[in-house]
Design a protein around this ligand. Structure first.
Ligand SMILES: Nc1ncnc2c1ncn2[C@@H]1O[C@H](COP(=O)(O)OP(=O)(O)O)[C@@H](O)[C@H]1O
Ligand SMILES: [Mg+2]
Length: 393
């Protein structure tokens, strides 16, 4: 048997003093009346009481005692030897009342005992309520701390992932530089000798077509290698103060014909009076060209391309943002995790090398910046390059 709680002890004492047959504390909750603590409630009494509480008229009578805040009684035949039921609402109002079953009328003093008991029970239940509130508060504080912790862990993971990415890039870069140098020389020979052979070949020769194909493919391979070298070379970086909008204008002028022929509408949203940034102009042009190229590839049926420059804040710090948004095919969540990896491409069949974004990533991080990507399948992608505002030492 469990230890009786304070209210149960109270019910017992009050029953003894007032000579009541049984007593319960009942509470009204949205669906109806429920019994909490009981004293001397035999099984048969409990069944009878349950039926009593379920009756609509009785329930209304109990409700009246609650809202009136005063005790009341009624003759009733809940069981043999129980001719009357008394109700004592919680002292000062509340959601519960004592229901007391007696054989005969309760004398006034006995009724006073029950009122006193209801007063004491209020204090007990109130203090329990207070403890519950404190507990709830503690729990919600704990939950907040947990959320904060989770956010920190996520930030930590992100930082780790970035480090891994940077390390990967460095390793691939080194390897790529070696391979690119090795390949560059033989390819130069291939291109050179093919050109010589073509020059020497009669115009109507059957071989001409094949040799032209060799030349084209060799040149394509060379351009891939050149990009690899760009990516890997520890080139001297030339940073100067620059106006980011000027860079956008230059690149747009370069890509204008491409935009026109691909049915893409360009919208420039260049904020005025932006502060200067300390950058390598050529590298940042390369970044923008890569992003625009990718955007164009993502919109084979045409669409809208937005290039925007503006100031943005992240975690309280100001950044100069260069954003390229397209209304293209979007990037699947699985691909999104890999797009910055060197050689990751979904466009191998269209001459994709998978180097554009890894080069872009390398350049931007060298500038102390970051890239954010948002993308939705079939609705478009947004790449935002963020440059820190202070010029690096
Ligand atoms: N704007 C974009 N819309 C859709 N997919 C993109 C976009 N930009 C990049 N991607 C995806 O990222 C991959 C890697 O891009 P990138 O490194 O530039 O290599 P490449 O363009 O040679 O494939 C692309 O193959 C493509 O799947
Ligand atoms: Mg690309």
């Amino acid at each position: 048997m469990t230890k009786p709680n304070a209210v149960e002890s109270m019910l017992k004492e009050a029953c003894l003093i007032s000579k009541a047959n049984w007593a319960v504390r009942a509470v009204y909750e949205n669906t109806g009346w429920h019994v909490l603590e009981t004293h001397h409630l035999s099984k048969s009494r409990a069944v009878a009481l349950q039926a009593f509480l379920a009756d609509k008229i009785n329930a209304a009578w109990l409700g009246g005692a609650l809202s009136g805040g005063r005790s009341r009684s009624r003759t009733c035949t809940l069981e043999k030897n129980c001719h009357k039921v008394y109700l004592f609402p919680a002292f000062g109002g509340g959601e519960w009342l004592f229901i007391v079953g007696v054989a005969d009328d309760l004398p006034r003093q006995a009724q006073q005992v029950w009122r006193l008991a209801s007063m004491l029970a209020c204090e007990t239940t109130d203090s329990e309520g207070g403890q519950t509130r404190e507990l709830r508060q503690a729990v919600s504080e704990l939950e907040e701390t947990q959320q904060e912790l989770r956010a920190r862990i996520a930030a930590q993971r992100e930082a780790e992932a970035r480090l891994v990415q940077a390390a990967k890039l460095a390793a691939v870069g080194e390897m790529a530089a070696g391979i690119a140098h090795e390949l560059n020389n033989p390819l130069t020979s291939v291109v050179g000798f093919t050109e010589l052979s073509l020059d020497a070949l009669p115009l109507e020769s059957d071989l001409r077509h094949d040799l032209e194909l060799v030349l084209r493919e060799a040149n394509r391979a060379r351009s891939v290698i050149r990009r690899l070298l760009d990516f890997a070379r520890q080139r001297e970086v030339l940073r100067t103060r620059a106006d980011i909008n000027e860079i956008v204008d230059d690149v747009v002028a370069l890509t204008k014909h491409l935009l026109l022929t691909s049915g893409v509408e360009l919208r420039l949203k260049l904020s005025e009076n932006l502060p200067w940034v300390f950058i390598d102009r050529n590298q940042i042009k390369q970044v923008l060209i890569n992003l625009i190229n990718n955007a164009l590839y993502a919109m084979p049926q045409g669409g809208a391309l937005v290039v925007e420059t503006c100031l943005q804040t992240r975690h309280g710090a100001s950044f100069l943002a260069l954003a390229v948004r397209d209304s293209g095919i979007g990037i699947s969540p699985e691909d999104l995790e890999r797009i910055f990896e060197p050689f990751f491409t979904t466009r191998g069949d269209q001459g994709g090398t998978g180097l554009g974004l890894s080069v872009t990533y390398g350049i931007v991080t060298e500038h102390g910046g970051t890239i954010e990507v948002e993308s939705r399948m079939n609705s478009g992608s947004a790449f935002t390059v963020l440059f820190p505002m202070e010029s690096p030492a």
